[in-house]
Design a protein. Sequence first.
Lengths: 114, 114
Amino acid sequence: AQSVAQPEDQVNVAEGNPLTVKCTYSVSGNPYLFWYVQYPNRGLQFLLKYITGDNLVKGSYGFEAEFNKSQTSFHLKKPSALVSDSALYFCAVRGATGRRALTFGSGTRLQVQP
Amino acid sequence: DAGVTQSPTHLIKTRGQQVTLRCSPKSGHDTVSWYQQALGQGPQFIFQYYEEEERQRGNFPDRFSGHQFPNYSSELNVNALLLGDSALYLCASSFRGQGNYGYTFGSGTRLTVV
C-alpha cells in the first residue's frame, strides 16, 4: 500500500522568509511524487513533480522540492514566501509501476504573514 | 486550450437520491480519474477509466459507479446518497502514453447532501 504523511497541519511564515512544507511517503518500488496547491473553493493546481533524475525539482511560482530516497521525503521549499502563497498544499505519490492512482496526504495549510 | 471541465459546479441533493457528475478531460488526454475530497481532508481515489472501462478502483462502495464515453469524457454516478457523501468531487485527466503522470485536475463539483 502507498501512503503520504504531511506532519504539519499548518505552517506559518513571514513574507520574504524561506518556507518548507514537509512530506514523507511510502510506496513499493520507485516513486512518482507530486505537489499540488489548492485555493479556497477551487480544484488542485499542479506545482511540480519528481519522476526520475535530479533530486532537486523546480516547479511553478518559484517552488522547488528535494527528493530524498533514504529518508523517503519530498519536502516543498521556496526561498522567499509571498502573501499570495497562502493556500492548502498537498503532497501525492504513486508507484512507477502497478497502481496508477495518486495517494494524497492530508494537506498543510500555509499562512504567510505580511 | 481548455483544461479539465466539470459540471455542475455545485449541487444540493436529498438523502436517498441519485446524482450524476460530469467531466470533460483536457484535450489530448484519454484517461479520467475521480477523487472525493471531504472537508479538511486530502482527495481520496474513487476510480479510473481508460478505453471506456474501469481500470482501477479505490475503497468506495458499489453505490459509486462511472462511465467513460468514446470522446473520453466521463460521468460519476452516486446512488442512495448519504450525508457522508457531501464533498468536493474532483476529476483528473491524463494521457496513458506518458505513463499517466501528467495529471490535470478540474475545479471540482461541490455536492451537498441534506
